[in-house]
Design a protein around this ligand. Sequence first.
Ligand code: PMM
Length: 300
Amino acid sequence: MAPMHRLPGLPDRGRCLVMGVVNVTPDSFSDGGSWFDPKEAIEHGLRLAEDGADIIDVGGESTQPGAQRVSRDEELRRIGPVVRELARQGVAVSIDTMRAEVAEYAVEAGARLVNDVSGGLADPSMARLVAKTGVAYVLMHWRGHSHDMQSRAVYADVVQEVHDELRQRMETIVDEGVDPGQIVLDPGLGFAKRPDRGHNWALLAHIDRFNELGRPLLIAGSRKRFLGRLLADTDSTPRDYTDCDDATVALTALCADRGAWAVRVHDARPNADAVRVAAAWRSGGAGLDEGRAVDIRGGL
Ligand code: PMM
């Protein structure tokens, strides 16, 4: 069984954590445009926390396949008020950014986790910033920016290559001064992974291999295309992401049972239920008083 990990500044609830997504973007894959207004984004973050999300991940740049980059100033304008207000209200905020300057601003505004989908490759200053602040850091497997990442999804053995590339990135940022205890690893479902080649399912089937790297794992499959493809109609039309939340919950339960540290999801409540079911399942009921919840609800 994978060990439970403690990360600086983040909750430890003895179970898989739920990270709720707030994309302050007009163009993210599943919630782009929904919370583009800062007030609505803040309300949405608070609602996710009330629904049981332990961490709220705020992003100002879409990374869906084909997406173009936004400027640093625009990214700051989008995430600034949202990070600040959620942190002020006691929420554990994660900043989803590839830019060290944005991460620095967010950490000063109260963010407790830097979620970098590029694993430090997009901005050479990122490792230094993470080392300097001591903040927890998600290092995701990444092969290039979204505009052409799917052309880089060429693997002889996807599990081995993602594993080795993650290990190498981890060694590099540790050489640059990051404490290994700050690092969370993420196989990067959907990022240079092709739904029609089974890459995402191969990675999920081998979560144990990634646990062997000795660091907590974040898994982010919520509403992604490989789920829509799995649930395609008889005419092969992929199911729309709006109808993939039940599949996401199933994935959450399986990842939590396999020892994932956290899952990143768009809909908090059913996934918060799923991680509690998995915790009880894993423990065989140990520590559960009759009639009491597995643990206190996260959030506020
Ligand atoms: N995926 C998206 C955005 N941020 N962060 C991590 N660590 N891992 C991911 O797989 C990941 C991420 C894209 O999904 P969205 O557009 O639904 O937010």
